[in-house]
Design a protein around this ligand. Structure first.
Ligand code: NAP
Ligand code: F7E
Length: 328
């Protein structure tokens, strides 16, 4: 039985990746940081019905000693480093914490792997945000980076450290440059989930308007369930490498709103308002990925269309709100 260690197991991708690995017969361990809200910590794992099947280990990306101990205790065959301060907007308010967790934290995990589990295969959750102010209209593994936020700068450091540990120490260290991926388990602060939650509330008569920031920003949005399959496939390949994972289609925040409101028979224009509080000091106006390398070498392709993703998210938010209402 293979053993996987996932940092960031309580997040969106950690939950879907755990589900995938369990279905493949893995023993799944997850690093979790101590929180005063321990009762909701495993909410996403419970939503997928797998909380009892994963084993949680106490640790923090900023505490190297906890990572060394975890590697020694778990003896993983595969390590997926998904933990991060992952909200771009917050990274301007907490730049040093973002650097410490999202950047140096990844280096801590690489050090712990190098020292305690050097034969483990390592996955780094890199991001399309590293392309930032895009240098090519369609981004591939060869596109130059131009980070536009403290988050993206921290991810870029972690990305290059992954490449460096591969080249310096021969670690099986792979970097997945994933474009935005969403699901009903997406954090409520990210724009897609904020929209689908808002649509559900408006449909159920709980609010009238939805306040957003830049409606013209364009993203290449896929489904997290499809993207964790790519993470796993990368670590099954004998040669570690870098891969772009994307759908190859880009739409605006406005387009996403139109799809979500239309699903419940409403018009986005009647409800969406722009609020400057949600604008960013520097924006990434457009992202569009070419995942040809992953399609060719890993046989990976997304299964879920944007339209299917939107419907799944809106329906899940309607169900969630109805359930909360029934519990009151
Ligand atoms: P997420 O839902 O925000 O989850 C982040 C995870 O990191 C949570 O489990 C969080 O734990 C954990 N974490 C934060 N700080 C930590 C610390 N100091 N020590 C240990 N754990 C810590 O993110 P996601 O959407 O699943 O994304 C997974 C990874 O992929 C992240 O690294 C993200 O930056 C990257 N990424 C995401 C996307 C995307 O579109 N989703 C695209 C490209 C790359 P708590 O539950 O305690 O907060
Ligand atoms: O913003 C615009 C906003 O916060 C998307 C993370 O997973 O993907 C994510 O980062 C776009 C931006 O995601 C609102 O300005 C408009 O242009 O959903 P987001 P993100 O910043 O793209 C990458 C790949 C990651 O790696 C990150 O970890 O939507 N936008 N109005 C808004 N965004 C938010 N959050 N809220 C708004 O009201």
């Amino acid at each position: 039985m293979k053993r996987a260690l996932i940092t960031g197991i309580t997040g969106q991708d950690g939950a879907y990746l755990s589900q995938l690995l369990l279905s493949k017969g893995y023993e799944v361990f997850g690093l979790v940081r101590r929180s005063s809200a321990a009762e909701v910590m495993d909410e996403k794992l419970r939503w997928l019905g797998i909380a009892a099947e994963v084993r949680l280990v106490d640790g923090n990306l900023t505490d190297l000693s906890s990572l060394l101990r975890t590697m020694r205790d778990v003896k993983p065959d595969e390590v997926y480093n998904l933990a991060a301060q992952s909200f771009v907007k917050s990274s301007w308010n907490q730049p040093l914490l973002t650097g410490a967790v999202t950047g140096i934290g990844a280096a801590n995990v690489l050090e712990a792997v190098r020292l305690e589990a050097p034969s483990a295969r390592f996955y780094q959750a890199s991001s399309s945000e590293m392309f930032g102010l895009i240098q090519e209209p369609v981004q591939t593994e060869r596109t130059p980076f131009y980070p536009r936020s403290p988050y993206a700068a921290a991810k870029l450091y972690a990305h290059w450290m992954t490449v460096n540990y591969r080249e310096s120490f021969g670690l099986h260290a792979t970097s997945g440059i994933l474009f935005n991926h969403e699901s009903p388990l997406r954090g409520i602060e990210f724009v897609t989930r904020k929209i689908t939650d808002g649509v559900a509330r408006i449909k159920l008569g709980q609010q009238r308007t939805l306040a957003l920031g830049n409606l013209d920003a364009r993203r290449d949005w896929g489904h997290a369930r499809d993207y964790v399959k790519a993470m796993w496939a990368m670590l099954q390949h004998d040669t570690p490498d870098d891969y772009v994972i994307a759908t190859g289609r880009t739409v605006s925040v406005r387009d996403f709103c139109d799809l979500a409101f239309a699903h419940v028979g409403l018009k986005a224009d009647d409800h969406v308002v722009v609020d400057e509080r949600y604008l960013r000091p520097a924006e990434v106006p457009l992202l569009l990925g070419d995942s040809g390398k992953a399609r060719q070498r890993l046989g990976w392709a997304p299964d879920t269309s944007l339209e299917q993703l939107v419907v799944e998210m809106v329906e899940a938010d309607i169900d969630r709100l109805k359930f909360q209402g029934a519990c009151r």
